[in-house]
Structures are given as structure tokens and as C-alpha cells.
Design a protein around this ligand. Structure first.
Ligand code: GDP
Ligand code: MG
Length: 613
């Protein structure tokens, strides 16, 4: 048999765990257990008697009183029935292990704790204060005291307070699992009751609303509240309960709770109006009614709570897997993690180069399109124009024109032509450099494991780019050297095979005249142009070899070599800095872990109750 104590006790324990682990329901982006648990919230206008009803259900004076809005934070009040004869005490969740036996100190602590959160500004806060009362004289029950509904802000309060309070109260009582204790004073028209107005709004069928009518003793002589109490003026699913609390005069005279309860019983027993209802009136009856109802609600909810818990555990574990588990703290494990992450990145980078992932083909594009078209566009036509050839050849000879072949002129023309190849050579190096850089950037983005570690990402990117920069320098030197080599030694065979001008002319005098004529320079231009075309063909093939050798092959082989050496020299603290995560992500992981802990402990609690059946 599951007893009432164990069921309500179960919910009490889960609720405590919720508060400890930061689940107040509501706006957090995490699954909430709090909202699935049944609770009882006290709702009513200011001075309707909420504090008095709560106190008489508990049987102790402990709630702050005063004019204005005294209750500015929700108070979650858990009543735990203890064995007869044990001393009563109260305990706050924010002050664990401190037992309050003096209930006036409880009142003071509620005030102080309210101020700690809200300042003395009379602001309100939705973060609840958790108070447990252990006593032989209570029934197991969780009650939530909420700020009283008001109609106007008073001195020092912001204008928004009326709406703020209503919103906060609504946020509690609109939860389908909230049992509403709607308090209205009997000496006011029930039609104007704030409590009824708000509870009807959130619970139109009245299935979770308990109507409580206070101040029955303050009604005008000759009138009674039977129309309300018997459900005629305001129909609710559950019966109305009438209450007589202590008056202000009683409180001033320190009338104690025991005496007050006796007086309340007598009031109903001897009342000509309410005598026939007396067994169903008064705060003791209300407490039992609530407790029984709560038990039934919990019993009915347990299967769905259990499945909610299991579902949420799955969800949270899934998310934690996705976020990645926390990183080890010892330096060895951290170094290992860093190297693993680097390798994962390096693998992806290589796939981009070698195939499997796109991007490597763009390097071939540089060699196949960009370089040949740059070579084609070199301005040799202009450089080897008749006019320029004549100019260069003539200038090369100085005051004494060449006698046989214009050796100097040829050399100058060829040298100055070959110089043009530097441009396409450097451009190829740069183009491949940018492809590689882009592939690094993409590979870092595609390394899922790295996503948590923005610092390491940045360091890896910096180290890779530095390495690529070094490869670029080296590649530039090598390709330019290829160009320089072409001008340092010309292919002699080419010139030997050229038809000899003298023979070609046939007539020596004609050829001598031709030596300084147009045809002569045109032939020179055409010869140089052919030579340059041959070199261009050679470079078109050799520049890609140099670029791949110096940049692509090195990127594949030793992109992170420098980085590894640096990481190897780092100490514990520097290593953990590399593994710094995005603070938002760490926060989220921590929240998920905490919430997971809550659900697991709730599951254990429920298991233990089910087993004791
Ligand atoms: P709250 O603002 O809703 O918490 O109302 P309180 O419980 O502080 O009560 C406001 C005032 O009404 C106090 O002076 C109480 O003594 C008085 N009061 C509350 N209930 C009753 C009642 O049933 N009868 C009488 N005579 N006075 C009551
Ligand atoms: Mg009050």
C-alpha cells in the first residue's frame, strides 16, 4: 500500500530537488520537472486572509505581516508530519542544517531573504523561498504563498507592480498541475473577488480550484454566506470551505493558534446559519481536504511523471553527448585531447586535398587554366615589335654596330622577355596559397570535434596559416629561380638550328645591306619570339611541379609540425587554455548535467516508493 504520507512526501522530496538544482519551471530552455508536479498555491487580494489561512493550516504563526505587499517572493511551504511528541522545527533550503524552533525567527528570515533578492525596493521576484516545517501537528502538504493581488501601486513601488504581481501569480496557477486555493473575504461581494476572477480565467471548469471564504465572523448582522458556501452564487466543482481566522485584535492580544482553532470550531458548531455544515468548515477540515485531493492527484499523475522523467533523461543525455563530455583536467589527458583534435582536423584537410571532399581540384584549376592563360597574355607582341627589336639591338651595339650576328642584342631581348615570366610564376604561387588557406578554414569548420573549442580553433588556424605562409615564401623562391635559370643559360641548340642569315641571302652584298634593314630585325624578333615560346612551354610544366613540391606536398606533410612542437612545450595551464570552451556552451552543459541529476534522483525517489508498495 502506498500511504498518503509516502506519496506526498515523494512529491515534497522531488520539489526540494527541483529547487536545489535550479528547476523553478517556466522560462528556462531545459525540460522542467517542477511544472509536472502537483502543488497548492494560495491566491487572493491583499488582506483577504491568505497568510492567516496558511498559518492556520500549519497551526503556527510564522508569516511576515504588515501593510502593503509583504510577500514579494513566492514562498514554497512544505509541511512534513512528524511523529507525535517530537519538537516542531522549520528549515530553509538556503540555510541547510539550521533548525528554527522559534517561529518569530522564521518570519524574520523570510523578510531578510526576500530583501536579499529584491533589495529593499519593494520589487518582486519570481525566485521562490523554500521553507519546510516539520511538526506532528501538520499534514503533508506543499503550499505556495504568492504576493497578494493589488489594484494600485503605493508610494515607492513602480507602476508596473499591479500587473507584475498578477502575471507572477498567473504563471503559477495557470500550470495544469497547480491546485488553486482561492481566498475571498466573506465581507466583500464575491463578484468582485480578485481570487475568483483570476482562478476562473486559468481554470474555467473549476476542477482544480478550491474556494475559501474567510472573515465569516465579520459579516453584517443578519446576513450570511450560505449562498456562496452552498455553491449557489459561485459554482465550483469542489465544495466551498468557510474559515474564521483571528482578527487583528486577536493577533494584537497574542491569541494562540490552539485557542483560535477551538474558537473557530465553536463558531461553526454553534452558528445558527452554518451549524448543519460544521463538519465541513474550518481550517482543519480545509487542510485534510487539500491533502486528500493532492494525494489523489499525485497518484493519478505518477505514470505520466515517470514517463516524462524517462523521456527527459533520454533527451538530456542526448544533448550532453552532442555537447561533448567535460574535458579531463590532467595535462597528459589534455595534451592527448589536443593532439586528437589536431589529427581530426588534419584528416579532413587532407581529404580536401586528395579527394573525398571538394576543393583540391581548384589547385589543378590554377595549373590548367590560370597559369596558361596568364602566360598567353604576356605582352611579347609589343615587346618583340619591329620597333622595339630595332631599338634594343641598336642600343646593345653602342657606337660600333655588330659585324656578324647581334649577340648582345639577342641576349638583351631574351633576358628582358624572360623577366615577364616572373608575374605568372608568382601569381600561381599566390593562387595556390589562397586555395590552401581556404581549405584550412573550411576544414576547421568541418571538424565537428573542434566546434566546442574556439581557442584551439583560432590557434590551429593561426598555426596553419603561418605554415602556409612559410611554404609560400619557399615556393616563390623556387619558382622564381626556375625563371632565373632560364635566363642564366640559354639553349644553344635552338640557335644553332636557326637558318643562317648569310646563306639565306645568297648574295653577300645584298645580305650586308639587309643587315640593318627591316627584314633583319623582323627575323630577330621572330627568332626571340620562338625561343620565348619554347621557354613558356617549359615553365608551364615546371612551375606547377615547383608549386606542388613546395606548397601542396608540404601542407600535406607538415602543416602542423611547428604547432606540435609548440604544444609539446606547453605546461598544464597553457594546455587547458587551449581547450577553453565557449562559456555559453560550458554553461549549457552544466545546466544539462544538473537537470539530468535532478531527473535521475527523481526517478530513484519514485522507484523507492513503488518498491515499498
Ligand atoms: P493577506 O494579506 O491576504 O495575507 O491577509 P492577512 O492574513 O494578513 O489578514 C489581513 C487582516 O485580516 C489581518 O488583520 C487578519 O487578522 C484579518 N483577518 C483575516 N482573516 C480573518 C477572519 O477570518 N476574521 C477576522 N475577524 N479577521 C481576519
Ligand atoms: Mg499576507
Amino acid at each position: 500500500m502506498t500511504t498518503m504520507e509516502s506519496l506526498i512526501g515523494l512529491v515534497n522530496r522531488i520539489q526540494r530537488a527541483c529547487t536545489v538544482l535550479g528547476d523553478y519551471g517556466g522560462d528556462s530552455a531545459l525540460p522542467t520537472l517542477w511544472e509536472a508536479l502537483p502543488s497548492v498555491a494560495v491566491v487572493g487580494g491583499q488582506s483577504s486572509g491568505k497568510s492567516s489561512v496558511l498559518e492556520s493550516i500549519v497551526g503556527r504563526d510564522f508569516l511576515p505581516r504588515g501593510s502593503g505587499i509583504v510577500t514579494r517572493r513566492p514562498l514554497v511551504l512544505q509541511l512534513h508530519k512528524t511523529e507525535e511528541g517530537l519538537q516542531e522545527y522549520a528549515e530553509f533550503l538556503h540555510l541547510p542544517k539550521r533548525r528554527f524552533t522559534d517561529f518569530s525567527m522564521v518570519r524574520k528570515e523570510i523578510q531578510d531573504e526576500t530583501d536579499r533578492m529584491t533589495g529593499r525596493t519593494k520589487q518582486i521576484s519570481p525566485v521562490p523561498i523554500h521553507l519546510s516545517i516539520y511538526s506532528p501537528n501538520v499534514v503533508n502538504l506543499t503550499l505556495i504563498d504568492l504576493p497578494g493581488l493589488t489594484k494600485v501601486a503605493v508610494e515607492g513601488q513602480p507602476e508596473s507592480i499591479v500587473q507584475d504581481i498578477e502575471n507572477m501569480v498567473r504563471s503559477y496557477i495557470e500550470k495544469p498541475n497547480c491546485i488553486i486555493l482561492a481566498i475571498s473575504p466573506a465581507n466583500q461581494d464575491i463578484a468582485t473577488s480578485d481570487a475568483m476572477k483570476l482562478s476562473r480565467e486559468v481554470d474555467p471548469t473549476g476542477e482544480r480550484t478550491f474556494g475559501v471564504l474567510t472573515k465569516l465572523d465579520l459579516m453584517d448582522k443578519g446576513t450570511n454566506a450560505l449562498d456562496v458556501l452552498e455553491g449557489r452564487s459561485y459554482r465550483l466543482l469542489h465544495p466551498w470551505v468557510g474559515i474564521v481566522n483571528r482578527s487583528q485584535a486577536d493577533i494584537n492580544k497574542n491569541v494562540d493558534m490552539i485557542a483560535a482553532r477551538r474558537r473557530e470550531r465553536e463558531f461553526f458548531a454553534t452558528s445558527p446559519d452554518y451549524g448543519h455544515l460544521s463538519s465541513k468548515m474550518g481550517s482543519e477540515y480545509l487542510a485534510k481536504l487539500l491533502s486528500k485531493h493532492l494525494e489523489a492527484v499525485i497518484r493519478a499523475r505518477i505514470p505520466s511523471i515517470t514517463s516524462l522523467i524517462n523521456k527527459s533523461i533520454d533527451e538530456l543525455e542526448g544533448e550532453l553527448d552532442h555537447l561533448g563530455r567535460p574535458i579531463a583536467i590532467d595535462a597528459g589527458a589534455q595534451l592527448y585531447t589536443i593532439l586528437e583534435l589536431c589529427r581530426a582536423f588534419d584528416r579532413i584537410f587532407k581529404e580536401h586535398l586528395e579527394g573525398g571532399r571538394p576543393g583540391g581540384d581548384r589547385i589543378y584549376g590554377v595549373f590548367d587554366n590560370q597559369l596558361p592563360s596568364a602566360l598567353r597574355k604576356l605582352p611579347f607582341d609589343r615587346h618583340l615589335s619591329l620597333q622595339n627589336v630595332r631599338k634594343v639591338i641598336s642600343e646593345a651595339d653602342g657606337y660600333q654596330p655588330h659585324l656578324i650576328a647581334p649577340e648582345q642584342g639577342y641576349r638583351r631581348l631574351i633576358d628582358s622577355s624572360l623577366n615577364y615570366f616572373r608575374g605568372p610564376a608568382e601569381a600561381s604561387v599566390d593562387a595556390v596559397h589562397f586555395v590552401l588557406k581556404e581549405l584550412v578554414r573550411r576544414s576547421i569548420g568541418e571538424t565537428k570535434e573542434l566546434r566546442r573549442f574556439p581557442t584551439l580553433q583560432a590557434e590551429l588556424a593561426a598555426a596553419s596559416n603561418e605554415a602556409l605562409e612559410r611554404f609560400r615564401e619557399d615556393s616563390k623562391k623556387t619558382t622564381l629561380r626556375l625563371v632565373e635559370m632560364e635566363s642564366s643559360y640559354l639553349t644553344v641548340d635552338f640557335f644553332r638550328k636557326l637558318p643562317q642569315e648569310v646563306e639565306k641571302g645568297g648574295n653577300p652584298s645584298a645580305s650586308a645591306a639587309d643587315r640593318y634593314g627591316e627584314g633583319h630585325f623582323r627575323r630577330i624578333g621572330s627568332n626571340v619570339s620562338q625561343y620565348v615560346a619554347m621557354v613558356s612551354e617549359t615553365l608551364k610544366n615546371s612551375i606547377p611541379k615547383a608549386v606542388v613540391h613546395c606548397q601542396v606536398r608540404e601542407a600535406k606533410r607538415s602543416l602542423l609540425d611547428h604547432f606540435y612542437t609548440q604544444v609539446g612545450k606547453k605546461e598544464g595551464k597553457q594546455l587547458s587554455q587551449l581547450l577553453d570552451e565557449d562559456p555559453a556552451l560550458m554553461e549549457r552543459r552544466q545546466q544539462c548535467a544538473k537537470r539530468l541529476e535532478l531527473y535521475k534522483s527523481a526517478r530513484d525517489e519514485i522507484d523507492s516508493v513503488s518498491w515499498s508498495r
